[in-house]
Design a protein. Structure first.
Length: 68
């Protein structure tokens, strides 16, 4: 059975472009995307911590994901 992935993207348009490329790479490798982060075999969080508010958002997102 194929493994599944979910990508959460935080930050700027460059992060969105990077996430699209990671999505394509994982799909080419046989991974299947899912909208359900809790059900995914891999939950990738793509973020930026360049500014303080982004750092705080990233930490909270990781902590929330750890609770799944």
């Amino acid at each position: 059975m194929a493994r599944s992935f979910h990508i959460t993207t935080l930050g700027c348009p460059k992060n969105q472009a990077d996430s699209r490329e990671m999505h394509r790479s994982l799909a080419r490798a046989g991974w299947v995307p899912t909208n359900d982060a809790a059900a995914a075999d891999l939950h990738l969080i793509n973020s930026c911590t360049f500014i303080e508010s982004a750092r705080i958002e990233t930490i909270q997102t990781v902590l929330d994901a750890a609770d799944i």
